[in-house]
Design a protein around this ligand. Sequence first.
Ligand code: NAD
Ligand code: AHE
Ligand code: ZN
Ligand code: ZN
Length: 369
Amino acid sequence: MKSRAAVAFAPGKPLEIVEIDVAPPRAGEVLVKITHTGVCHTDAFTLSGDDPEGIFPAVLGHEGGGIVVEVGEGVTSVKPGDHVIPLYTAECGKCKFCLSGKTNLCQAVRATQGKGLMPDGTTRFSYQGQPVYHYMGTSTFSEYTVVAEVSLAKIDPHAPLEKVCLLGCGVTTGIGAVHNTAKVEPGASVAVFGLGGIGLAVIQGAKQARAGRILAIDTNPAKFDLARNMGATDCINPKDYDKPIQDVIVALTDGGVDYSFECIGNVDVMRAALECCHKGWGESIIIGVAGAGQEIRTRPFQLVTGRVWRGSAFGGVKGRTQLPGMVQQAMRGEIRLDPFITHTMPLEKINEAFDLMHEGKSIRTVIHF
Ligand code: NAD
Ligand code: AHE
Ligand code: ZN
Ligand code: ZN
């Protein structure tokens, strides 16, 4: 079938809106009509060429919501008409990772997903007879996409897809990192570096966890009103100080915070986020994605003296098991999605969504088809 899609033909180039060909779903696969998709910084990261797994041409997008159109042989968990959120972190329920009880990082389709292919090693997308690659197992920048069954969370059909699509990445990642990765407890102090969709969701999660002090840090002060609205108690611009931001935070918090979250993808800030943690117990969670060749550094003494470095992917959330419940939470108002949606626009304008992100003017743009 034909599908309108925003295709990344080459790194560093704007997406092109073209009509691609989408082949039918094969065994274990599902054809989904995407109704809405958010634009996450990770899409921009891959488009920039900094992603070691970036493959071109590809259909990017991983924060979508849609409706099942057709299922391939053997698919039993969804049927045409079901409302779904595609998952870049699958959940097969059978692999060593799913069975470990220790991680959400299902590996059932991860190897082919990282190569831009479906689990059988082929692509369902083409343009003018040439292959176009998938992205993160989701490719939500196409009106029609093909996804592995294990990469779909079936959700309440009454949920507004134009909002709950944000649970496909940003909001789930931030809130999940607080509850599943850090396990923030009531009264704890929290520092959040980077106040985009991820950082603001961390603040929302910290507020849910009844954290005591929530310090919000960004070099763009335009983000501070929304951070306070989400629950930040202190907003800090590192540019206002002539000493390292970790020293500023340690001084403000009687020795450092209990938890910090890096939501930018900057390895220098990752170091600051670790070093602003309290001696003996402070934990720093890396959420931001850094480019090829980047490495983190600190004095090992920081770890010897009790600080802990962790990472979090998709907030540690098991998508098929837990996302339907998070959708219900959003429908009850227990997870706020509206404040994240600063812009909405049709697919044809998607490059403007990337511009707004780079200019620091948006939190999330929701694209409709
Ligand atoms: P965003 O661009 O919307 O927000 C980033 C924020 O960081 C902006 O407000 C910007 O002003 C701020 N910032 C930039 N440099 C800074 C600095 N030196 N000091 C302080 N603030 C600074 O991005 P986003 O969509 O919120 O994504 C944030 C990061 O999280 C990206 O790296 C993205 O790839 C990553 N991410 C990871 C996961 C995961 O599962 N681990 C999921 C989603 C996104
Ligand atoms: N492909 C990159 C890494 C990208 C990355 O870290 N992705 C996060 C999700 S970002 C969503 O916005 C993730 O879940 N990683 C775990 C995984 O299995 O991909 C690289 O460096 O190669
Ligand atoms: Zn994302
Ligand atoms: Zn699995």
